[in-house]
Design a protein around this ligand. Structure first.
Ligand code: HEC
Ligand code: HEC
Ligand code: HEC
Ligand code: HEC
Length: 505
């Protein structure tokens, strides 16, 4: 038995023990058998390929000729009809649901438009259509973003990086890559076509491993079932002049082993950013330099009960399917709650209802803290503005702004990873509680200052709807929407046409 198989067996045993099933030689044998059987099936499908795939083939349809089951299930990430209590695959307009977010992001593109993630199939379309990417080429409109924004959307990205180099790719204009980046997240993002093994296609993950003195190529099969996701579902930022996409994990307990304890926390990442006084934008209401969290799914997951026990992302999000004596991985990446029996049910004996309510209970509790934090962070931003209006100097506001920055970082870190309240409930609750604490501390620092300046009582603006919130921060939404509509009607079809002419789709 290879070392990979024995590590897989080890966690499967852990799972069976947890489930209260008698563990022993029988299970060890079974686990090895299941993995061995699956590998043999994969090998047979692999040996019967219909087309030869070489280099970075971004066209998912091509791979589909060889691997129809994986391709068909992958195509289903286009579906948008599943809804759980809080998440799901339909379009969910988060800003509309919680207009205070527009105030947190005032002065930054996120205040224009922010929707919860949906299936991988939609990645390209959503990127083109979000108001965050602006409408370059319409009415003299310039690029709002750089090409680094495309990095986690498409297997065309490693293809183009192979041609022009990662650094040149990152610092191009976003629109300059419009006719290149055309296929949604797919096979070449996670697989090496020559062997069909899982492989890392994005430089940033390899580089952060290298800086820690580790080699991602040496990761076990079971680790790879999470690391392929960690290419994108992580916190990252655009470093320096070249806007080089970088993972800020260097201050973490990373590379110091043992593997399951190698985590990086919100505070370690914050320290990394603070050391260079890094910020993504200055909040337009309170003039606070803010760090925007991305989606630290992997970082938080590692700190939860499943991550600690070596369960992988694919265990829940890509369950095995048995069909006509053949076993394969369901590539319809989505909420595991859409099919509890084939996801959680592989390891847990509890009823589907109990498993679903485990998830909802954790989410509901985290949301209670989140909602309190959002209310108090909003008040803190408005209080800083009130102090500014009453004549406070930057020096007088330095402490309060520091606390607002720290609060917003914790808030964003805790909510931007949509699965975190289940993946790592305790850690997520901890981070959000400390975010609430920082927002209250900011208010405590501001109260005496407001009194000293003789400011009138602070009145919160009416942000009961998104329209009101966006108007208050000064966004002209009708103009932004009209330009985007024209962009989608005129510029996007040109991109699609030239990609088609060049055989890229
Ligand atoms: C987000 C990453 C990801 C993407 C995208 C992806 N795969 Fe996979 N694929 C996986 C993982 C994880 C496994 C399980 C590998 C293992 O456990 O050894 C897998 C397994 C496979 C296997 C081995 C047999 C099986 O089903 O377990 C094949 C064949 C395969 N994928 C084909 C494809 C094809 C074709 C596409 C594109 C249509 C694709 N994959 C897209 C992650 C991905
Ligand atoms: C190349 C980057 C990339 C990789 C690799 C990747 N993802 Fe994603 N993932 C995304 C993006 C981008 C979205 C949001 C797409 C959208 O909303 O248009 C997303 C969305 C999702 C969603 C939300 C789906 C829904 O229906 O709401 C889940 C779940 C998910 N990914 C899980 C995974 C897992 C698990 C892996 C690894 C097996 C993985 N992803 C690998 C970029 C990636
Ligand atoms: C691959 C196996 C596997 C899958 C799939 C799986 N779990 Fe688990 N689960 C585990 C292991 C291992 C633990 C940790 C047990 C321990 O620490 O004793 C665990 C722990 C838990 C716990 C206790 C957490 C705590 O706070 O200690 C809950 C609740 C749970 N799982 C629910 C779920 C749900 C819901 C799903 C599906 C979305 C799921 N699990 C999918 C293996 C799995
Ligand atoms: C033990 C099972 C389990 C594992 C392992 C797991 N997840 Fe999840 N994930 C869930 C559950 C349950 C949800 C919440 C789904 C819901 O509420 O509908 C979720 C939600 C998500 C979401 C948000 C989906 C949406 O609809 O917006 C993403 C993205 C995600 N997970 C990515 C990951 C990544 C990346 C990993 C590995 C680092 C991972 N998950 C590991 C069970 C798991």
């Amino acid at each position: 038995m290879s070392s990979n198989q024995s590590s897989v067996s080890a966690w499967i045993i852990g799972v069976f023990i947890f489930c209260g099933v008698a563990a022993g030689v029988v299970i060890l044998g079974l686990a090895a058998y299941v993995v061995g059987e699956k590998r043999a099936e994969t090998a047979s499908v692999f040996n019967n390929k219909k087309v030869e795939i070489t280099g970075i083939e971004a066209r998912n349809e091509k791979w589909g000729l060889n691997y129809p089951r994986e391709y068909e299930t992958w195509s289903k990430t286009a579906e948008t009809d599943f809804k759980s209590k809080h998440l799901g695959s339909e379009v969910q307009d988060t800003l509309k649901d919680r207009p205070a977010l527009a105030v947190f992001w005032a002065g930054y593109a996120f205040a224009r438009d922010y929707k919860a993630p949906r299936g991988h199939f939609h990645a390209i379309r959503d990127m083109r259509e979000t108001l965050r990417t602006g409408s370059p080429g319409v009415g003299g409109g310039k690029d709002l973003q750089m090409a680094n924004c495309w990095t986690c959307k498409s297997p065309d990205v490693p293809r183009v990086m192979g041609e022009v180099g990662a650094a040149a790719f990152y610092k191009s204009d976003w629109s300059a890559m419009g006719e290149q980046i055309v296929n949604p997240i797919g096979c070449a993002d996670c697989h090496d076509p020559a062997t069909m093994s899982l492989s890392i296609s994005r430089p940033a993950l390899k580089e952060v491993f290298e800086r820690a003195g580790k080699d991602v190529a040496k990761a076990s099969d079971q680790e790879m079932r999470s690391l392929v996701c960690a290419q994108c579902h992580v916190e990252y930022y655009f470093r320096g002049e070249g806007k080089y996409l970088t993972f800020p994990w260097d201050g973490g307990d990373w590379g110091k082993g043992p593997a399951e304890l190698e985590v990086v926390t919100a505070e370690q990442i914050e320290k990394y950013y603070d050391e260079t006084e890094y910020y993504d934008f200055v909040n337009a209401v309170s003039k606070t330099p803010i760090i925007k969290a991305q989606h630290p799914d992997w970082e938080l997951f590692r700190q939860g009960p499943h991550g600690r026990k070596g369960v992988s992302c694919a265990d829940c999000h890509m369950p095995y399917v048995s069909e006509g004596g053949l076993k394969y991985s369901n590539h319809q990446l989505r909420s595991p709650l859409a099919d509890v029996s084939s996801t959680c049910g592989t390891c847990h004996r509890d009823s589907e209802e109990a498993l679903r309510s485990y998830v909802y209970e954790r989410q509901d509790k985290v949301i209670e803290i989140r909602d309190r934090l959002e209310a108090e962070l909003f008040r803190a931003h408005v209080m800083v503005k009130a102090a500014m209006d009453a004549g406070a100097s930057d020096g007088q506001l330095a402490e309060a702004r520091k606390l607002v920055r720290a609060s917003q970082w914790r808030w964003d870190y805790g909510v931007a990873s949509h699965g975190a309240s289940f993946h790592a409930p305790l850690e997520t609750a901890r981070v959000l509680s400390l975010g609430l604490d920082k927002a209250m501390q900011a208010q405590l620092a501001l109260q005496p200052l407001l009194a000293e300046l003789g400011a009138p009582p602070v009145e919160l603006p009416d942000i009961s709807t998104l329209d009101k919130a966006q108007a208050w921060i000064g966004l002209d939404m009708p103009a932004l929407r009209a330009a985007k509509a024209e962009f989608v009607e005129t510029v996007v079809p040109q991109w699609v046409q030239s990609a088609r002419d060049a055989g890229r789709i």
